[in-house]
Design a protein around this ligand. Structure first.
Ligand SMILES: CC(C)(COP(=O)(O)OP(=O)(O)OC[C@H]1O[C@@H](n2cnc3c(N)ncnc32)[C@H](O)[C@@H]1OP(=O)(O)O)[C@@H](O)C(=O)NCCC(=O)NCCS
Length: 164
C-alpha cells in the first residue's frame, strides 16, 4: 500500500479501545520479536487508572498506537508502534508530542522508556526529543530462541518551563 503524502492532514489521534484490537494485533505482530498478546492489551484497557491508550486512525483504521503508564509523577512509555506501510511520515512524532502534552498536564517530572539496543530507528526518534540514555538492563529482552538483548533505558526530563 502506498500512503498519500498528505496523510497527516487526514488522520485522527484518539484513544484506542477493545474494538480496535484486531488492527492493533496485526501491527504489533509485524513490529516486535516478542509482541504483546491480546490478553496484555485487554489488561491495559481494563487498567484505565494507570494506562493511557492512544491511537492514530486513518481511513477508519488504526495505523499507529502508543500506551503510556502514569504513576505519580512518572510517565512510562510502555509501547509505541507504527504500521510498516506508514513509517517515516511523522506518525511516531505525533504520538510523542501528544504523550509529552499529557505528561506535562499530569505534572510528570519525566518520561521513561526501554528500547532494544539494536533499535536504531526508535533510539533516533527518542534522541530527537532529548531523551538521554540513563542505563542498561543486560539481556532484558529474551526472545526464547538463543537470543537475548540489552535494553537501553532512556529518560526525558520535563523541566518546569516544559510543564508550562
Ligand atoms: C520507531 C517507530 C515507532 C518510528 O515510527 P515512524 O512513524 O516511522 O517515525 P517518524 O516518521 O515519526 O520519525 C521520527 C524520527 O524517528 C527516527 N526514525 C524513524 N525511522 C527511522 C529510520 N528508518 N532510520 C533512522 N531514523 C529513523 C528519525 O529521527 C525520525 O525523524 P526524521 O524523519 O525527522 O529524521 C517505527 O519504526 C516502529 O513502529 N518500529 C517498530 C516498533 C518499535 O520499535 N517501537 C519502539 C519500541 S521502544
Amino acid at each position: 500500500m502506498i500512503a498519500p503524502v498528505n496523510i497527516l492532514e487526514n488522520i485522527t489521534v484518539r484513544p484506542v479501545s477493545e474494538s480496535d484490537l484486531d488492527e492493533i494485533m496485526l501491527i504489533e505482530g509485524a513490529c516486535f520479536h516478542s509482541p504483546w498478546t491480546r490478553q496484555n492489551f485487554l489488561e491495559e484497557f481494563k487498567n484505565s487508572d494507570l494506562s493511557i491508550p492512544l491511537g492514530i486512525e486513518y481511513e477508519k483504521k488504526i495505523i499507529a498506537y502508543a500506551f503510556i503508564w502514569i504513576l505519580l509523577d512518572e510517565c512510562h512509555l510502555a509501547n509505541i508502534a507504527v504500521h510498516p506501510d506508514y513509517r517515516r511520515m511523522g506518525l511516531a512524532k505525533l504520538l510523542i508530542d501528544k504523550i509529552i502534552t499529557i505528561a506535562r498536564a499530569r505534572g510528570c517530572a519525566k518520561i521513561m522508556l526501554e528500547v532494544r539496543k539494536s533499535n536504531r530507528e526508535a533510539i533516533e526518534l527518542y534522541a530527537q526529543y532529548g531523551f538521554l540514555k540513563v542505563g542498561v538492563r543486560k539481556n532484558y529482552y529474551n526472545d526464547g530462541f538463543l537470543r537475548s538483548e540489552d535494553a537501553i533505558l532512556m529518560d526525558l526530563i520535563i523541566t518546569k518551563e516544559d510543564k508550562g
